[in-house]
Design a protein around this ligand. Sequence first.
Ligand SMILES: C[S@@+](CC[C@H](N)C(=O)[O-])C[C@H]1O[C@@H](n2cnc3c(N)ncnc32)[C@H](O)[C@@H]1O
Length: 203
Amino acid sequence: MAVLCLASGGGQQGPVLAAAGAVVTVFDNSPRQLGRDEEVAAREGLAIRTVLGDMRDLSAFPDASFDVVFNPVSNVFCPDLAPVWQESFRVLRPGGVLMAGFMNPDIFIFDVAALDDRGELVVRHRIPFTTLDLPDAARLRSYGTGPVEYSHSLTEQIGGQLAAGFTLTHLVEAPHHADATARYMPGYFATRAIRPVRGPQVG
Ligand SMILES: C[S@@+](CC[C@H](N)C(=O)[O-])C[C@H]1O[C@@H](n2cnc3c(N)ncnc32)[C@H](O)[C@@H]1O
């Protein structure tokens, strides 16, 4: 299978899927993250193609060129999702599968400092939320110098996949891997959707 690991650099998903027999392309906007895939591929004797770019623009790939688009939790760093779903739809062959992971937007209502320091869930923010909403000092304290984060709504996440033409087949929830919200609520969602064999040819 031809698999596009979308915004998936870092040397994790791409090598695992290549080891399982997939023909893997890892696409990411970080040369450093792609470098990790190249490093693991070389170490493990795997063939992986790496492509640098923004997940909203997959013009590097022709229409219907992949069987699977695998998008691990990464669209929290992307300001707008409609182009991501539309481009994923375009590069998948009819019958192809989109697997996506994303944050539960409700996570973003809490004060990260209170969560980190005391494990307390203090409601602080309205959603939709972006870390750009915070004053510089507060953003630095809670989110460090990492990339800007965007909570996104379920309309953007799930409604956006449907609007692009996908048919949703599965949805699961999972607790956050690290923070105190894990005791109370799911931190992540994952979806599986297919590009229908019959239906719109573009999303
Ligand atoms: C949390 S990592 C997820 C993948 C990683 N293999 C992992 O398991 O942790 C998020 C990835 O998304 C990439 N990324 C963030 N914004 C992006 C964008 N707009 N276009 C492409 N890649 C992006 C980052 O460079 C990073 O490699």
